[in-house]
Design a protein around this ligand. Structure first.
Ligand code: FAD
Length: 401
């Protein structure tokens, strides 16, 4: 049923927006979920769902459907620039599934959007062009193609697309970006229940990936991180992808394969440490506030986890009627307390480890030391503090080769 005036307008029906809409509707709030795309829609992504993402999907009540549609991943393979590799099982961690999944976003995002609607949110296709503010500059709604829509608060879950933030003058500095491109292949040889991360044949810091979507099909892509304040050194995402699939090992996997979709590139935002995350009446969630892992490029888990925090915060703020300025400060503090230190340390680990000679030595050391291998896998999965990879003992172990 359409709302006269919703409590919350959520802009963007990716994982962050749909999860937030679902959690708020379940708490009894009137939620209008807007997206410019017609669903189901594609989102350029590797489609990997970490155990952390699966935990939230379970909370949302969609894990069974996601499991049925996705491809189960039990291990990770990491290739160093010199082509050596190690394989690690996905370690069990209390409270989390002991596996990951690969599920194309065409399916995942529609499962989540439908879940939000089932919980009571109204979905409408609309492109938001700007934010509405009252006399005190508090955000009180959004402007779409032809209409001004009002609500008590607005949540922006627009991903790496910064157009609304820029137009509203809310993006302080240029965003820290990565770029990546991917496509899907059928008839891929040699796939297993492992996702592959390749640091060979790609510019560093960056990596190529092979994420199986079935025993014979895969999402294959490559991307790189742009170092803050430095000019991009690299080729375009397409050239990076072409270089990656020319690598003899990948060329072997793809010898009889056919692409089943066009190659698509998309940016990633890694600027949570500098991004502003709230203004009076406005809450940012997921990649809209730069929440993508600056080491792995994964953002679905952060999107879902930040939706949980935003739902708690908005529910509290609407129930108590707290002043919008205080609500914005409190939400920004909550996000920082949960994510900032881990986010910064992910970036530090990337800057130390993602160099050819370090990766070559690390992969060789990990082949021989299970403890080192599991430590790094647990860090990449978000189960261990990334800072633990930077202690003198672990660095010595990793660099001894
Ligand atoms: C090539 C690539 C590979 C990746 N691989 C992985 C991976 O394997 N695993 C992983 O966890 N993460 C991966 N990521 C990151 C992940 O895709 C994102 O971090 C994640 O999608 C963020 O979710 P979100 O809900 O915040 O935003 P999004 O998923 O980007 O959703 C934003 C939504 O907002 C809508 N929107 C935008 N602007 C407007 C507007 N003005 N009006 C209305 N609607 C609007 C869009 O249509 C979209 O539906 C990858 C990213 C890239 C580019």
């Amino acid at each position: 049923m359409p709302f006269e005036q919703p409590d919350v307008i959520v802009v963007g029906a990716g994982p962050a927006g749909s999860a937030l809409a679902c959690l708020l509707a379940e708490r009894g709030h009137g939620v209008l979920l807007l997206d410019k795309a017609e669903f189901p829609r594609d989102k350029t992504c590797g489609d990997g769902l970490s155990p952390r993402a699966l935990r939230v999907l379970q909370q949302l009540g969609v894990l069974a459907e996601v499991n049925n549609s996705g491809y189960r991943i039990n291990a990770l393979k990491v290739f160093s620039p010199n082509g050596e590799h190690f394989t690690s099982p996905i370690p069990a961690h209390a409270g989390y599934p002991d596996h990951a999944l690969v599920l194309p976003r065409f399916q995942l995002d529609d499962i989540l959007r439908r879940r939000a609607i089932a919980a009571g949110a109204e979905f409408r296709r609309a492109t938001v062009s700007d934010l509405l503010r009252d006399a005190a500059t508090c955000v009180v709604g959004v402007r779409t193609d032809g209409a001004a829509l009002r609500s008590r608060v607005v949540a922006l879950a627009t991903g790496a697309s910064t157009a609304v933030l820029e137009r509203a003058g809310l993006l302080a500095a240029p965003t820290a970006l990565g770029r990546a491109a991917r496509t899907y292949f059928a008839n891929v040889r040699g796939l297993s229940d492992a996702v592959e991360f390749h640091f060979d044949s790609v510019p560093l810091p960056g990596y190529g990936w092979v994420f199986p979507t079935s025993a014979t099909t895969a999402n294959v892509g490559a991307g790189y991180f742009l170092r803050t304040g430095r000019r991009p050194l690299h080729a375009t995402p397409r050239q990076t992808f072409d270089g990656f699939i020319a690598n003899p090992y990948i060329a072997g996997l793809l010898a009889e394969a056919q692409p089943t979709a066009p190659l698509k590139g998309y940016p990633l935002r890694f600027d949570f440490d500098r991004a502003r995350t709230a203004w009076p009446g406005l809450y940012l969630v997921g990649e809209a506030c730069g929440l993508v892992n600056p080491m792995t490029g994964e953002g679905i888990d952060f999107a879902l986890e930040s939706a949980e925090l935003a739902a708690e915060a908005i529910h509290h703020d609407l129930r108590t009627g707290v002043a919008p300025e205080a609500a914005a400060r409190r939400y920004a503090r909550t996000l920082r307390a949960r994510f900032l230190s881990v986010f910064v340390n992910f970036g530090r680990v990337r800057d130390v480890y993602f160099r050819p000679w370090v990766l070559n030595r690390f992969v060789r050391a990990a082949q021989r030391h299970d403890e080192l291998k599991l430590r790094l896998v647990n860090i990449a999965l978000g189960h261990a503090d990334p800072f633990s990879a930077l202690t003198p003992r672990v660095l010595w172990q990793a660099l001894a080769g």
